[in-house]
Design a binder for this molecule. Structure first.
Ligand SMILES: O=c1[nH]cnc2c1ncn2[C@H]1C[C@H](O)[C@@H](COP(=O)(O)OP(=O)(O)O)O1
Length: 212
């Protein structure tokens, strides 16, 4: 359930940055809420315009607040584990597939602690699927409980950069992202080697320096 939180009044540079912690350390910290989100991805041989390789389908969503983020949400560790709580959120946001297609501890990638706007730990997961599973999730999501409410729609992340130097991943990165989901996306692309480091750096640079 989304909660209203007082907006930031400080400039971005003044805000404390989230820090990486191990899963073990994260689980020992007191006084923090835990949120879990997952990057679902699937290798594909599809080509845009029969020419530009899509390479991977990577799923994010447009949230109720107009920002991009990954599926998932807050998990109450008093009555569930991180992964059970995450799968429950996924059923609400994406549909019943996640009663069987479960995200597990093996899909865990990282934890980050933040102090503002409220003390929270964000746990990030990534799960590889087959194209057919991904397409089934996309179809099913329109019938999920949260569709049109907390989830305005699923989006695929373009991993290519078009000839104009901005279309594709750079333009996508210039959107507004919730919390640390943009750094989670870049971390996921990097650590799973869905893109090379130079491709990621170029896309970040173009997203900040070129606008069409
Ligand atoms: O994709 C995300 N990556 C990191 N942090 C995220 C992401 N999406 C939301 N958040 C933040 C925002 C909130 O502080 C918490 C939980 O938000 P949400 O997913 O909207 O969860 P509820 O529906 O409120 O349970 O994580």
């Amino acid at each position: 359930m989304a909660q209203y939180v007082q907006p930031y009044r400080s400039s971005p540079e003044d805000r404390p940055r989230p820090r990486n912690v191990s899963r073990e350390e994260a689980m020992k910290l007191d006084g923090y809420r835990h949120a879990c989100h997952v990057m679902l991805y699937a290798p594909t041989s599809a080509k845009l315009f029969d020419r530009v390789p899509i390479r991977y389908i990577v799923l994010m969503m447009m949230r109720f607040d107009g920002r991009l983020g990954f599926p998932g949400g807050f998990v109450d560790l008093r009555d569930t584990s991180l992964e059970d709580g995450l799968n429950r959120e996924l059923v609400e946001e994406l549909g019943p597939s996640f009663n069987t297609l479960k995200v597990t501890e093996q899909d865990f990638r990282s934890s980050q602690v933040r102090e503002m706007p409220q003390k929270a730990i964000t746990h990030f997961y990534a799960k590889e699927l087959k194209v057919e599973q991904m397409e089934a999730i996309e179809k099913e999501a329109a019938l999920a409980k949260d569709h049109g409410l907390e989830v305005m729609g699923l989006v695929r992340v373009p991993l290519y950069t078009l000839r104009d130097g901005f279309g594709g991943l750079p333009a996508f990165l210039s959107n507004n992202f919730i919390g640390n989901s943009k750094s989670q996306l870049l971390y996921g692309l990097r650590s799973l080697r869905l893109l090379r480091e130079d491709q990621i750096q170029d896309a970040i640079w173009c997203s900040q320096n070129i606008q069409y």
